[in-house]
Design a protein around this ligand. Structure first.
Ligand SMILES: Nc1nc2c(c(=O)[nH]1)N[C@H]1C(S)=C(S)[C@@H](COP(=O)(O)O)O[C@H]1N2
Ligand SMILES: [Mo]
Length: 368
C-alpha cells in the first residue's frame, strides 16, 4: 500500500493490486480517516454487542435501534465502487497544486455491502419521517480530531437516497472490518466515499443540512469554473456537495511507466459513475487524443459497480503503436447514455481542495 499518513491511516492501493481483484480484498482496500475511533485501526471486526443507532429529528417516534435488531430485518446486498472525493487529486497539479492527500488512481475500491435499506428500516419499524425532512445527516462514533474542531458528519438529500442507502453491517461477506467503519456504516451506492459515514451512531432527519465544517466548508466543488490556483469563498450558493460520483474511467494496465516489449500489449482498466445512468462506451487513444477507438466494455456486477474494459494493441517494436500514433501516451474516456463524458482538460473543474477529478485518464508507458 502507498502510505500517505501512517498515524491516522491514509492508505492508497497501488493499481497493480487493484487490477488483480473483482472485489477488492479488505487487505488491499484504501483507507481514509479524517478522525480516529480508538481501537478501530484494525482489519478485525469492532465489538458490536452494545452498538446502537439513534434515529432523531423529524422522525416519529425517535428511537434507538440495536445491532441485534438490525440483523433480524430484511437484508440487501449491493456491489458498489467506494471512491474518495479526492481520488485523482494529484492530476490537478498539471495546472495548479491542490491541498490534501495527493491520491492518484488508488483511492477507490469495489466491494459488496450487505445491510438494511433505509426505506426498509423505516417501514419495518413503522417510523414516519416528516415531509419537511429534506436532509439525512449521519454521525459516526469517532470524536473530532481536536476539541476545537467540528465533528465529522455529512448530509445527503433524503429523497434521493431513501431507496438506495444501506445501513451496512457486512462487507465482502464478513462483518465490516473496524478500519472500514464496522460494525455499522452508512453506505450510499453511487455517492463519493466521504458521504459513506463509518462507525454510524446517529441518523438525523432534518430540514437543513449539517453546519459542521466537514460538510459546510469541505467536500464541495464550485458551480462555476474557477481559475486554477485561486481560492474563492465557499458558500452554499456557489458550491455543491460531493454527492454523486462523476463518470470516470482509468487505465490500470499498463501501470504508469510499466515497461512493454514488441508484441501485443493488453490495455485494461475500469469505468464507472453514480449508477444512475448506463455507461455505454469507453474509448482509447494512443495518439494523444487525436483519434479514438472503442474498447471492449464488460458488464458491471451492479449499476454501482465498475465496468472492466480491455483492448489489445500491437506494438511492432519500431516506436509506433499504430500508424501515425505516438508511442507512449495512452488515454481513456467513458460515455454514458446521455453522451456525457470526461473532460480532456480535467482542470476545467479545478478547485482548491482537488475534489472530483474525472478528466480523461492518461498513462505514459515505457516501450522497449
Ligand atoms: N466516521 C467517519 N466516516 C468517514 C470518514 C471519517 O473520517 N469518519 N472519512 C470519509 C472519507 S473522506 C472516505 S473517502 C471514506 C473512506 O472509507 P474507507 O476508509 O473505508 O476506505 O470514509 C468516509 N467516512
Ligand atoms: Mo474521502
Amino acid at each position: 500500500m502507498i502510505v500517505h499518513d501512517a498515524e491516522s491511516a491514509v492508505l492508497e492501493t497501488p493499481v497493480e493490486l487493484l487490477r488483480e481483484h473483482t472485489l477488492t480484498p479488505k487487505e488491499y482496500m484504501f483507507v481514509r480517516n479524517n478522525q480516529l475511533l480508538p481501537g478501530a485501526l484494525t482489519l478485525a471486526p469492532y465489538p458490536s454487542d452494545s452498538w446502537n443507532l439513534e434515529l432523531s429529528g423529524l422522525v416519529m417516534p425517535t428511537r434507538t435501534v440495536s445491532l441485534s435488531e438490525f440483523i433480524r430485518l430484511e437484508q440487501t446486498l449491493t456491489v458498489a465502487v467506494l471512491q474518495c472525493a479526492g481520488n485523482g487529486r494529484a492530476f490537478y497539479a498539471r495546472s495548479a497544486m491542490t491541498s490534501g492527500t495527493q491520491w492518484r488512481r488508488g483511492g477507490m475500491a469495489q466491494v459488496s455491502w450487505e445491510g438494511v435499506r433505509l426505506r426498509d428500516l423505516l417501514d419495518s419499524l413503522d417510523l414516519r419521517v416528516s415531509a419537511n425532512a429534506r436532509f439525512l445527516t449521519a454521525e459516526g462514533h469517532d470524536p473530532a480530531a481536536t476539541p476545537a474542531d467540528d465533528d465529522y458528519e455529512q448530509s445527503v438529500p433524503l429523497e434521493d437516497v431513501l431507496d438506495t442507502a444501506l445501513l451496512a453491517t457486512n462487507m465482502n461477506g464478513e462483518p465490516i472490518p473496524a478500519i472500514h467503519g464496522g460494525p455499522l456504516r452508512l453506505v450510499i451506492p453511487g455517492y463519493y466515499g466521504s458521504m459513506n459515514v463509518k462507525w454510524l451512531s446517529r441518523l438525523r432527519f432534518e430540514e437543513d443540512r449539517s453546519s459542521s465544517r466537514h460538510h459546510a466548508q469541505r467536500y464541495r466543488t464550485f458551480r462555476d469554473r474557477i481559475e486554477p490556483g485561486t481560492t474563492p469563498e465557499v458558500t452554499e450558493e456557489t458550491t455543491n456537495s460531493t454527492w454523486h460520483q462523476k463518470i470516470k474511467s482509468v487505465i490500470w494496465e499498463p501501470a504508469e511507466e510499466e515497461r512493454r516489449f514488441p508484441g501485443p500489449i493488453r490495455v485494461s482498466g475500469v469505468a464507472w459513475n453514480d449508477g444512475r445512468t448506463e455507461i455505454v462506451a469507453a474509448e482509447l487513444s494512443t495518439d494523444g487524443g487525436n483519434t479514438w477507438c472503442r474498447v471492449n466494455l464488460e458488464t458491471p456486477l451492479s449499476p454501482y459497480g465498475w465496468h472492466p474494459w480491455h483492448a489489445t494493441l500491437w506494438y511492432e517494436g519500431n516506436g509506433l503503436l499504430r500508424p501515425g500514433g505516438t508511442v507512449e501516451d495512452l488515454r481513456v474516456r467513458a460515455f454514458d447514455a446521455y453522451g456525457r463524458s470526461q473532460p480532456d482538460y480535467g482542470s476545467v473543474h479545478w478547485n482548491p481542495s482537488g475534489y472530483e477529478w474525472y478528466g480523461v485518464d492518461r498513462v505514459k508507458i515505457n516501450l522497449h
